[in-house]
Design a binder for this molecule. Structure first.
Ligand code: CP
Ligand code: NVA
Length: 308
């Protein structure tokens, strides 16, 4: 059966752990794994902008011995002159996997429905599961593991990163708290799913509005932009309600003394996070960005069923 990775909960706890184990091995011996030798091709398609995802998939596929085809969809017929299902069906005749960054989750679901090769979510409006693999790898490195560790995501709790922290954190056995202002809370379906996963992994899930209560004594503080791609003109005030959620030295002071700070980047310095924190000793942000490469190499290898 073709395995897709459209949401964080498409990997079971054991599978997520196996992918992270492989990512750590690939990081330790970066050019030793070439499961895409041939080369086999992977299409990496963008409906939205990207720096990290675009380059880390391009480099990572090449490092696996494969051939990356990185394409901005505006120059294709993608979703314009043909259905997304037909596009997935056609691409499956050429490539070993399809990686897609797009808008609504229904778009990637349509591609996956037509595809006969793995489809990977490189960010949708709803989820950013590749980012979470990198984040969890970083938590493992910095905190010695994920199970039982606590993570607070503060800011726009209705966005893709918030949803992915809930699902992937629960899958990893973490105690996940997300906090955002009223009107910027996670989807009820995602919270319910995360609670169900947490019940089986020993993790837990809490949704709050108070940023101080969220970060108190946690091992990991995470944040993200207050204005995600596509929300620039949604008419909502995306500054004033978020000011109490800024990750600054004061908020960080409520977390555990050794807490680390994550941000998927790009960061809006001085908005959701201060320079002092982003560049400070507790920031793991640039390791986190590097870990996209290793985590995605491991994910592709896993989804393609390659032995390593
Ligand atoms: N974190 C992340 O996905 O960055 P890009 O938007 O630059 O790919
Ligand atoms: N929430 C952000 C993440 C960017 C990597 C966005 O969707 O724009």
């Amino acid at each position: 059966m073709t395995r897709h990775f459209l949401r964080d909960d498409d990997l079971s706890p054991a599978e997520q752990s196996a992918v992270l184990d492989l990512a750590a091995r690939m990081k330790a011996d970066r050019f030793a794994y070439t499961p895409l030798a041939g080369p086999r091709s992977v299409a990496v398609l963008f409906d939205k902008q990207s720096l990290r995802t675009r380059i880390s998939f391009d480099a990572g596929i090449a490092e696996l011995g494969g051939h990356p085809l990185v394409v901005d969809t505006q120059v294709t017929h993608f979703g314009r002159g043909e259905t997304l299902g037909d596009a997935g069906r056609v691409l499956s005749r050429y490539v070993a996997a399809i990686v897609l960054r797009t808008h609504g989750d229904e778009r990637i679901a349509e591609v996956a429905a037509g595809a006969t090769v793995p489809v990977v979510n490189a960010l949708t409006d709803g989820f950013h599961p590749c980012q979470l693999l990198a984040d969890l790898l970083t938590v493992r490195e910095r905190c010695g593991g994920t199970a039982g560790r606590s993570l607070a995501y503060v800011g726009d709790a209705a966005n893709n990163m918030s949803h992915s922290y809930l699902l992937a954190g629960a899958t990893a056995g973490m105690h996940v708290r997300v906090a955002g202002p009223a009107g910027f809370q996670p989807a009820a379906e995602v919270v319910a799913r995360a609670e169900k996963i947490a019940a089986g992994t020993g993790g837990s899930v809490r949704v709050l509005t108070d940023p101080v209560a969220a970060v108190r004594d946690v091992d990991v503080i995470a944040t993200d932009t207050w204005t995600s791609m596509g929300q620039e003109t949604d008419g909502l005030d995306r500054t004033t309600p978020f000011l109490p959620y800024q990750v600054n030295k004061t908020l960080l002071g409520y977390a555990a003394a050794e807490a680390i700070v994550l941000h998927c980047l790009p960061a809006h310095r001085g908005e959701e996070i201060t320079d002092e924190v982003l560049d400070g000793p507790q920031s793991a942000v640039f390791d986190q960005a590097e870990n996209r490469l290793h985590a995605q190499k491991a994910l592709l290898t896993f989804l393609l069923g390659e032995k390593t």
